[in-house]
Every structure is written in structure tokens, then in C-alpha cells.
Design a protein around this ligand. Structure first.
Ligand code: DX5
Ligand code: ZN
Length: 220
């Protein structure tokens, strides 16, 4: 694992060749595969669910970082485990009992993450930070790839880095949305150690993926 992990978001892959695209980013040095699950209700877009995740599970050994933008989450947690999710990340707005949801995810042997929308404060996870494996800062509003990085989120990343360091635990600090070689440097300096990128990785075809991934890591 690299000191700054890269998680390509398959939302920006060529869906007609999804298996090949995932194999290509795996060969190109990705650390995780980021899978954006959307329900057309929690966010204004629809993507894919457990059947697609099971199908692509066969093409890589990289861990699946599954970002749930669905509401409710609780009835589907086991389906995502069975489909092959390694990390399951949920939004606090998606259900009334975040602590219970996190415990459920962990009881099935997955790592648990919480995703914070741009307007959601870092403080919302303070009471449960010790229970988390990952915190995801959304640097765009969830729903679509290719949006512009929201600079105000850098302060939140810094605050979360301090909060995580106070725990003394190895909790991943992931940033998702508008991450490119320029913004990635700011995000890494602010304390993130895991970057999601869709458009910045899946551009130029498979021959460019290794260079695209390395450009995001920078000096990290
Ligand atoms: C947006 C998703 C992101 C998205 C990122 O709701 O959570 O993972 O795919 O796409 P880019 O990197 O293109 O901003
Ligand atoms: Zn995502």
C-alpha cells in the first residue's frame, strides 16, 4: 500500500468494458476500487448495485471501497457484503441510527466509513470516531463525476486529520470529488491519505492510467 492510496471511481470508466477497465487500473497501480452506488433518491442519479459488484469482484484482488449514496442503507448492508464489499461507507443523513449502522457493517467483517457532504460538519462523527475505519470528505455534492472541487472542504480535511490523530488509530482519511493533480496536492497537504478520482484517472485510455495515478500521488 502506498502512503497516499488512490481509489479510482469506476463511475468514469467505459461501462461497455467495465471488467477490462478495472483490470487496467489495478495493473496501473491503484490501491482500491471505488464503487459509487446511487439510488436516484438520496442523490439525483442512479448507478449500480450488488449484482454488478459481484460480477466485477472476479477481475481484481484490490479491495472494494463501496460508497453508498442510498437511503435507507440498513436493509442492504448484507447484500453488499455478499457482493464483495471490503469497505462500506455511508452518509449520516441516510439513516437515523448511524452508530447502529456502523456496528452492523463491522459485525459482518467489513470496514466501516462515514461520508460527509460539503455542508455536513466534521463534528457529526466526533462521538463515534473511534468506531470508524475511514472518514470520507465529499469535495463535491454527491451524485455526479466531473464536478469542480469545493475549496472550503480543505479546512474540514485539516480538522478531521487532527481529530483522527487524537485517536491514535489508523483511520483512513479519504477525499472524493474533483480530485486532479492540482487539487490532490492541497488535499494531501491538508492531511488526506486516500484519494478518490474518476475523471482524472480514466482519461486518455488504459495506456495513460499509470501516469494519471502517479500524477495524483505527487510527492505523497
Ligand atoms: C460523486 C462520487 C465520486 C465521483 C468522483 O458522487 O462520489 O466518487 O465518481 O468523480 P470525479 O473524480 O470525476 O470528481
Ligand atoms: Zn464516491
Amino acid at each position: 500500500m502506498h502512503s497516499v492510496a488512490i481509489a479510482p471511481s469506476i463511475l468514469a470508466a467505459d461501462f461497455t468494458r467495465l471488467g477490462e477497465e478495472i483490470a487496467a487500473v489495478s495493473d496501473a497501480g491503484a490501491d482500491y476500487i471505488h464503487i459509487d452506488v446511487m439510488d436516484g433518491h438520496f442523490v439525483p442519479n442512479l448507478t449500480f448495485g450488488p449484482p454488478v459488484i459481484s460480477a466485477i469482484r472476479k477481475v481484481t484482488t484490490l479491495p472494494f471501497d463501496v460508497h453508498l449514496m442510498i437511503m435507507p442503507v440498513d436493509p442492504f448492508i448484507e447484500n453488499f457484503k455478499n457482493a464483495g464489499a471490503d469497505i462500506l461507507t455511508v452518509h449520516p443523513e441516510a439513516g437515523p441510527h448511524l452508530h447502529r449502522t456502523i456496528q452492523h457493517i463491522k459485525s459482518l467483517g467489513m470496514k466501516a466509513g462515514v461520508a460527509l457532504n460539503p455542508a455536513t460538519p466534521a463534528s457529526i462523527i466526533e462521538p463515534i470516531i473511534d468506531d470508524l475505519d475511514l472518514v470520507l470528505v465529499m469535495s463535491v455534492n454527491p451524485g455526479f463525476g466531473g464536478q469542480k472541487f469545493i475549496v472550503s472542504q480543505l479546512k474540514k480535511i485539516e480538522a478531521l486529520r487532527a481529530m483522527i490523530d487524537r485517536t491514535g488509530k489508523d483511520i483512513l482519511l479519504e477525499v472524493d470529488g474533483g480530485v486532479n493533480p492540482d487539487t490532490s496536492q492541497k488535499v494531501i497537504s491538508a492531511g488526506a491519505n486516500m484519494l478518490v478520482a474518476g475523471s482524472a484517472v480514466f482519461k486518455g485510455g488504459a495506456k495513460s492510467y499509470a501516469a494519471n495515478i502517479n500524477a495524483l500521488r505527487g510527492r505523497g
